[in-house]
Design a binder for this molecule. Structure first.
Ligand code: ATP
Ligand code: MG
Length: 558
């Protein structure tokens, strides 16, 4: 999606729908807007979830309402407290608050069971003994209705069988409870969908209490109804399930009538977004954990240096639309750069150092310069940097011979050492392999601060670090995790497109001493190199930085 489109889609149809509902009064009379965010606790949240979170919490916020956090744990698979804690942490980090409204869908199993019994008693549900395979064979097609020989069994019989299903008398797959809706419906979700199945797996919260579990389409509207949700916002794949959502609400004695509204899922290029695939990347060791800075997970982005503001801003700008589309990764980076450009502290770090010796500078002299922390925010104050006879510069800032358009160090050329002095390159020293090990220059004492008194032009300005006063650091540079923009589309195996150079570790970096004692979260602009943040792996005597994003904006407005 490009910038203009993004701006157009920012006018939000969900907002308009909710506004209409309130204006109409009726069942929304006197009610606060109440939404929920319902993650399944089977993995870490990713940037797609951030979109949903911003919509769910954001809509409630816009209307002065509330948003619940609900673990959608109706599937009795192995859920992990680790995921639950991480989900809470990520939402709080984004800046949203569910206050005391934290729920588990599994808390409602009893009520769901009772609503199912209610449907049976009303003649709106029946126990079906078709095996999953037979059910598939009997689902019909567009012109042929589905079939079940059990549809018209007496209510009493279904009640009895359903209770015995609950009591564990039948094997998995032997029976299901189906809603009695319309076997000929053009919407296959309405062809007497299964609403309960037998599943003899222990549940992480309810243990072995239940051996029947509700299907999502039955459970979700009930969860919403119990919590008094007014607007149930979800992704587009549930659109065709909405008639079933409404059917459930209309046919149980629901305390309220939530409205389901769907929006498009977020996809981002050069990455994958499904929890299953992300888990595989972690478990098979393609990345170093869920919070690997290359992951599109919220903990990964946080570790990478993304700020809550940049992610919320991104979600706001991509807007809410009804068509699924893929947003460019560079747009996410653009939003981060926007934030850090305003707010990050500037420092100098040399990631691929070579020594520059200023031969006419006194041997044991060190002078100091007071420089602004952030020229865009004078209120952020200044810091002191030191300058001595030897400084580090980037190896790539020196060439033995002039190349057209190259304004940095080559013999005879004048270059500005940022904020310090103008120096003139005089040569270099090489080792036996021809590798440049030292560069030489002479400084002009009249240029303290970097200005030429006579107004002569100096085109190149480079960053540097005082070799008499620095800290060692490791710097990690990142590229896309996948080489293919759509690594998991069609029949592609996303693992075939892993980028082998997605991580570069530079272990011999030199950084100015002012960063000593810094703690996460701390975002820096390393001059000329990009925006960086301190990594979790940092210790008191080993600094590790991640490049969050480079300085150059790859996102082009058309
Ligand atoms: P995944 O396919 O990544 O496992 P999911 O939909 O199974 O995702 P849930 O935990 O069920 O994950 O998602 C919680 C909420 O977040 C749901 O309302 C879902 O619609 C929403 N959501 C998940 N992925 C995205 C996405 N890519 N874009 C927008 N919303 C999303
Ligand atoms: Mg899900």
């Amino acid at each position: 999606m490009m910038a203009e489109e993004l701006e157009l889609s920012a006018g939000n149809f969900i907002y308009d729908f909710i506004k209409e509902d309130i204006a109409e009064g009726g069942m929304y009379e006197g009610k606060e807007v109440h939404t929920r965010f319902p993650p399944e606790p089977n993995g870490y949240l990713h940037i797609g979830h951030a979109k949903a979170i911003c919509i769910d919490f954001g809509m409630a916020e816009k209307f002065g309402g509330k948003c619940n956090l609900r673990m959608d744990d109706t599937n009795p698979t192995k859920e992990d407290v680790e995921y639950i804690d991480a989900i809470k942490e990520d939402i709080q980090w984004l800046g949203f608050d569910w206050e005391n409204r934290f729920y588990f869908a599994s808390e409602y199993f009893e009520q769901m069971y009772e609503y199912a019994v209610e449907l049976i008693k009303k003649g709106l549900a029946y126990v079906c003994e078709l095996t999953p395979e037979q059910m598939r064979e009997n689902r019909g097609d567009l012109t042929t209705p589905a079939k079940s020989p059990f549809r018209d069994r007496p209510i009493e019989e279904s009640l009895d069988l359903f209770e015995r299903m609950k009591n564990g008398e039948f094997e998995e797959g032997k029976m299901t409870l189906r809603a009695k809706i319309d076997l000929a419906s053009g919407n296959f979700n309405m062809r007497d969908p299964v609403i309960y199945r037998i599943n003899k797996i222990s549940h992480h919260r309810t243990g072995n209490k239940w051996c029947i579990y509700p299907m999502y389409d039955f459970a979700h509207p009930i969860e919403d109804a119990i919590e008094g949700i007014t607007h149930s916002l979800c992704t587009l794949e549930f659109e065709a399930h909405r008639p079933l959502y409404d059917w459930v609400i209309d046919n149980i004695s629901s305390p309220c009538k939530p409205r389901q509204i769907e929006f498009a899922r977020l996809g981002i290029n050069n990455t994958v977004m499904s929890k299953r695939k992300l888990r595989q990347l972690v478990e098979d060791g393609y990345v170093n954990g869920w919070d690997d800075p290359r992951m599109p997970t919220l903990c990964g982005l946080r570790r990478r240096g993304y700020t809550p503001a940049s992610i919320r801003n991104f979600c706001e700008k991509i807007g809410v639309s009804k068509t699924n589309s893929v947003v460019e990764y560079s747009f996410l980076e653009h939003c981060l750069r926007d934030d850090l450009n305003e707010n990050a502290k500037r420092v100098m770090c040399v990631i691929n150092p070579v020594k520059l010796v200023i031969t006419n500078y006194p041997e044991d002299k060190t002078e100091t310069f007071e420089v602004e922390n952030n020229p865009r925010k004078p209120e952020d104050g200044t810091r002191t940097i030191t300058f001595s006879r030897e400084v580090f510069i980037e190896a790539e800032d020196f060439l033995e011979e002039k190349v057209k358009g190259y304004n940095r160090f080559y013999p005879g050329n004048e270059v500005r050492l940022k904020s310090a002095y103008i120096v003139k390159c005089t040569g270099c020293k090489k080792d036996e392999n021809g590798k440049v090990v030292e560069v030489y220059a002479e400084y002009d004492p009249e240029t303290r601060g970097g200005d030429t008194p006579d107004g002569r032009k100096v085109r190149g300005t480079v960053h540097w670090v005082d070799a008499a006063n620095y800290l060692d650091a490791e710097v990690r540079l990142y590229e896309n995790l996948f080489t293919d923009p759509e690594p998991d589309v069609g029949d592609k195996n996303f693992l075939d497109y892993i980028n082998p150079t997605s991580l570069t570790v530079l272990k011999n970096c030199k950084i100015e001493k002012s960063v000593e004692g810094a703690k996460r979260p701390m975002n820096y602009q390393f001059m000329r190199l990009g925006y960086f943040c301190l990594d979790n792996d940092s210790t008191a005597d080993k600094l590790v930085f991640n490049r969050s994003v480079s300085l150059k904006d790859g996102f082009k407005k058309k």
